[in-house]
Every structure is written in C-alpha cells, then in structure tokens.
Design a protein around this ligand. Sequence first.
Ligand code: FES
Length: 334
Amino acid sequence: MSALPGSEEGTAVTGLDSSPVEPAAPDLPPLTAQTEAEAREIMARYPQARSALLPMLHLVQSVQGYVSPEGVGFCARLLGLTKAEVGAVATFYTMYKRHATGRHLVSVCTNTLCAVLGGQRIYDAVSADLGVGHDQTAADGSVTLEHAECLAACDYAPVVTVDYEFYDQQDVESARELVAALRRGEKPLPTRGAPLTDFRGISRQLAGLNQHADLAAERAAIDAPSTGAPTLAGVRLAAERGETAPPLQHPEPEAAPEPDVEPTSGAGETASEQAADTAVASADTPAERAGAAQHHPDAPEPAGRQPAERGGEGTDTPAAHTQSVAGDARERDA
Ligand code: FES
C-alpha cells in the first residue's frame, strides 16, 4: 500500500507525521535578493543548473533554519523544477530539516558501536535535560536534538556532533555538560575539526559559501586539528613494529572504448554540431575523445534515459513521474 506524503493516510501507515515541511513561522527571515544572488553563484558552478539543488537547500537552511515551503518554491523557481521534485529531494535526506531548527543541532550516535559504549544512555540523559525527543527543539530554541546513525567516527565512540563538528569519546556527564554549555551560549571547542559556529553557519558552509566573519576565523577553521590518537593507532603500531605497506601495483590503464560518433564533413551541420565535431577531432586522448563524443548532439541516448517531454520541468523516469504526481496532489491539497 502506498500513501501520499502529507496525507492522513500516510501518517496512519507509518505512525509518523508525514507532512513534508512545517508551515512558515511569521518571523521567518526572508529569502532576499542577496540569497538569490548567492544561489545563482552556486548554480554557475555546475554544467547543469539542477545539480545545484543540494547546496541550494543548505543555503535555504542557512537563512531560515530549515527547508521552508518558501525555500522549496525558491529552489524550484530558480532551477526550473517542480515543487514536487524539490520536495522529493528535501524529504529524502535527513540533513534537510522539515521543522525550524534550534541555534545548534546536537546529534547523538546511537548506532551499534556507540550504543554498546553508552550512546543510548547519553541520548536518554540529554533528552531528559532538554525535555525533548528526536527531531525536537528545546523550548528556549537553543538546541535541536536528534539521534543519529553511524557518524563515521566509530574509533572515537561514543560520539556526539554539534552542527556536524565532532565531540569524541563522550560519556553521560561530558555530553550533558556540553549541551548545558551550548544553552548558556558558549561554544566549546570540538575535539577535532573547525571551531563551532551554529547550525545556520555550518549550513552556509555546506552550501559552499564562506561562513567566517573574518580571515582569522577562516584560518582557525583550516588550521584546526583533523586527526586524533585512535585514527593514528594503526600507523603508530606499524611504525613501532617496522611494518610498511606493500608497494602499490599499477595496472596497465585500460584503453577507453572508441566513441560511436565520427566527425563529419560539416556540410549542412548546425554551429553546435560543428563545434562538437571540432571537440571530438581535437581531443588529445581516447578518454577526452570519448567525453567529447558523449556530449555530441548526434550521440545516442544512454540506455534507460528517455527524451525529455516536459522541457525544464524535470526528468521523465517513472519514479520521478510518480513523485511529481504525488507532489502535485500535495500542492493541490495545500
Ligand atoms: S557507531 Fe557511532 S560513529 Fe559509528
């Protein structure tokens, strides 16, 4: 049985609130002309503008603290996508928040290794102190709490991150003190990585923009320690034992397959076809030649891709169509 996200039926099936995003608060900061200029700066980094969707969603979060309905429309308008397509992406990844986020996002790893070493006890204690559960924000707006799957730092378990910065080898008391300090407005230094900012600051960085107020802050982030003893334990033991890694074997590079497209004489061709012919003919290596041929207007469609029928409105795969239909129904119901 399938149910539309946001429908009562969907909530009944999953037992969870399946609404895609929370309605905007009246005091939500607006997405300004400056935000749009920065979004366009991000879009310009990609050969196809729609590839900029993920960092643009982080940009929206850096301004508004979550992916608001306005943010969904903002991305859709600039990228020529439907709101349903943007919503499908924003609701797939857990880093995109569907509710207003506190000043800091505290993530407690409760996955296997951290759980065995006390991660669940840490989560329970912090949850009790804050008076909130998973994906909820303390009443003072200071902290949003979430339990997280493996944070890719198992050698430092149990791990807590704040705004995705690491606080390693925590226990119940150290984690409670960490959260208490955040609520007092302090920013304890992470164990590794850049100094702490806040959720909106790190969202700006994830959008690929500078979040630092000045050069000194930027320098401090770059120069921050990036490794710790557990990560280096293997290297240290190998050095003590005089062990070295075997030399790397370099296999012969495989010849790139010959492209199907051959340059033609040029008679009767459009300017873009002639430019594509020139790119194929002037490629220095087989790989470059294959790459140029792939973008040739006469190149065959890759298997599984259907010709676009809806212009800039998105892909035509069955899955995307289903999401689009679902999203359109959502928009209609809204
Ligand atoms: S299990 Fe917690 S970081 Fe991997």
